[in-house]
Design a protein around this ligand. Structure first.
Ligand code: ADP
Ligand code: 5GP
Length: 223
């Protein structure tokens, strides 16, 4: 596993970041690779991440907290930790998130404990573009002292995205419109990610995604 020396990191460097204030102490920086995966809602990100988890059993999938209602087929504690707004607000106040964001009127957050593994696990964070941007800022502020790899999954077309959003469950016309607008905004941000994978044929997209994981694990970060 690659990790970098953090000996020359000053306390000031760490305090510059909101995330470090939110409880990522210097000695607890992630040891493994943090893979961030973002995609417009309905693209197939959950499907692809489940495939990764089945093949790479040593990859830890972070379970986020959310205030949104549970959907059919989801499991509390596995898909998400479903909590009330009150509990979420308390967690924010207690600095329990390394990042959190408002997405489609609900709050979503990544718990600090997801990335603070004592052993060197690689971790997968399935988060939106706002959360990915917060983590990238933190990473830059602390001089890239852990390994961060950001992957964007794109839908092949707007038509395909509409079809998948409908396939996932009942969706109101207004909600569909809102998700499509958000999708365009998110796709615009894909250029800031290290990789972009288009999820057209599922098996092909998965093949590219797994290649990225394998290649990143072989990379010499000091070069
Ligand atoms: P997300 O997590 O990005 O919101 P999901 O993984 O829940 O998306 O997928 C949304 C729907 O699209 C699901 O019904 C899933 O089975 C389907 N799906 C995922 N990938 C593909 C693909 N490549 N082709 C067709 N349908 C897909
Ligand atoms: P959904 O409600 O469809 O499961 O997710 C909606 C959006 O919230 C997706 O883009 C998903 O990636 C994002 N999301 C899920 N968990 C988190 C999280 O912990 N933080 C952030 N910032 N976004 C999240």
């Amino acid at each position: 596993m690659n990790h970098l020396s953090k000996n020359d990191l000053s306390e000031d460097d760490l305090l510059k970041s909101d995330l470090s204030k939110n409880g990522l102490p210097k000695d607890d920086l992630p040891k493994g690779i943090i893979f961030v995966i973002s995609a417009p809602s309905g693209t197939g990100k959950t499907t692809l991440c489940k495939m990764l988890a089945a093949e790479f059993t040593d990859l830890k999938l972070s379970v986020s907290y959310t205030t949104r209602a549970i959907r059919p087929g989801e499991t509390d504690g596995k898909s998400y930790n479903f909590v009330s707004n009150e509990v979420f607000e308390r967690m924010i106040a207690n600095n329990e998130f390394i990042e959190w964001a408002n997405v489609f009127g609900n709050k979503y957050g990544t718990p600090v404990k997801s990335v603070l593994h004592k052993p060197s696990y690689d971790t997968l964070l399935e988060i939106d573009v706002q959360g990915a941007e917060k983590i990238r800022k933190y990473y830059d502020e602390i001089h890239k002292l852990f390994n961060l790899v950001r992957i964007f999954i794109k839908p092949p077309s707007e038509e395909a995205l509409i079809e998948r959003l409908k396939k996932r469950g009942e969706i109101k016309e207004e909600e569909l419109k809102r998700r499509l607008e958000a999708a365009n905004y998110e796709i615009e941000k894909s250029r800031f990610y290290n990789y972009t994978v288009t999820n057209n044929i599922l098996e092909k997209a998965y093949s590219k995604l797994r290649s990225i994981i394998i290649a990143e694990r072989c990379k010499n970060v000091f070069l």
